[in-house]
Design a protein around this ligand. Sequence first.
Ligand SMILES: Nc1ncnc2c1ncn2[C@@H]1O[C@H](COP(=O)(O)OP(=O)(O)OP(=O)(O)O)[C@@H](O)[C@H]1O
Length: 255
Amino acid sequence: MKNTHIIAIASGKGGVGKSTVSANLAVSLAREGKSVALIDLDIYGFSIPKMFSITASPKTINGKIIPVESHGVKIMSMGFLVKGNEPIVWRGPMLGKMIEHFTKDVIWGELDYMILDLPPGTGDIALDMHHYIPQSKEIIVTTPHPTAAHVAERAGVMAQKANHDILGIVENMSFFTPPNSEEKHYIFGKNGGVNLANTLQTEVLVKLPIEPVEEDKISSAIFTEESPLYYAYKELAQKVQLLLQGAGDNYVNEK
Ligand SMILES: Nc1ncnc2c1ncn2[C@@H]1O[C@H](COP(=O)(O)OP(=O)(O)OP(=O)(O)O)[C@@H](O)[C@H]1O
C-alpha cells in the first residue's frame, strides 16, 4: 500500500460525528477523483454500512475480500461480517487481528487515501492502530462543547505520544442556522475546537454546521449539493489534500 495516505479519524467522546466525518471526507475525496478506501474500525458501534445504506456483503476471491463500493468509495466494516444487528463480543487481542485482516486480506488495489473510522476514546483499537499502522496521520473530531473538547484532548495526546501527525481538528455541530435566517446559533458553545487546536498545536480544519436529519432519505448521512455540509466537506477534502501534498510515502507496516 505504498503511496497511500492513511488518515485515522479519532474522537474522545462518542456521538460527536466521527463516523459521519469519516464517511463524508472519504466521499468528498472520491468526488475529487481520488481512489479512496474507508475502513470502519468502530467495531462495537459500527455504523458505516447504515450510513451508506449498504445491505450487500463483500464477495471473496481466493480467500481475499473484495470491498463493497458505494459513492465511489471502497468500504470494509465489521458490520458486513456479522448477522443483522448482533453485538460483537470480541476481546482485546482479536481487535488487532481485525486491523491486520482489514488492511492485508482485502483487495484494495491502488489507493490514494485510506480513511480509518476509529472507535471513540483511547482504547485497544486506537492502541493497535498506532502499532500496526504507525504511518497513519490523524484528524480529531469534537463538538465545540468544553467537555467533548476536553476528552478529545486525550485522544490527541495519545496520537502525539505515538508520533502520529495530527492534521487538524474538525469541529462538528459548531452552530445552527435556522431556515430563512443567516444568524448562527452556537448551541454547544463556541470555542471547543479552537481551544483543542491550540492545546495540540494544530489548526481547526473546518467548522461543520448542525443540519437536521432527513429520515426518509436514502444514504441520509452522505451530503449532496443541496446541503451546506456538502460544501463544508469539499473544503475539508481540499484542505487535507493540500496538507498531504509533498508528504512522504505512507504505507501499512508489512511486519
Ligand atoms: N453536523 C451534524 N448535524 C446534525 N447531526 C449530525 C451532524 N454530524 C453528525 N450528526 C448525527 O449525530 C449522530 C452521531 O454521529 P456519528 O455516528 O457520526 O458519531 P460518532 O462520533 O461516530 O459516534 P460513535 O463513535 O458513538 O459511533 C448521528 O445520528 C449523526 O447523523
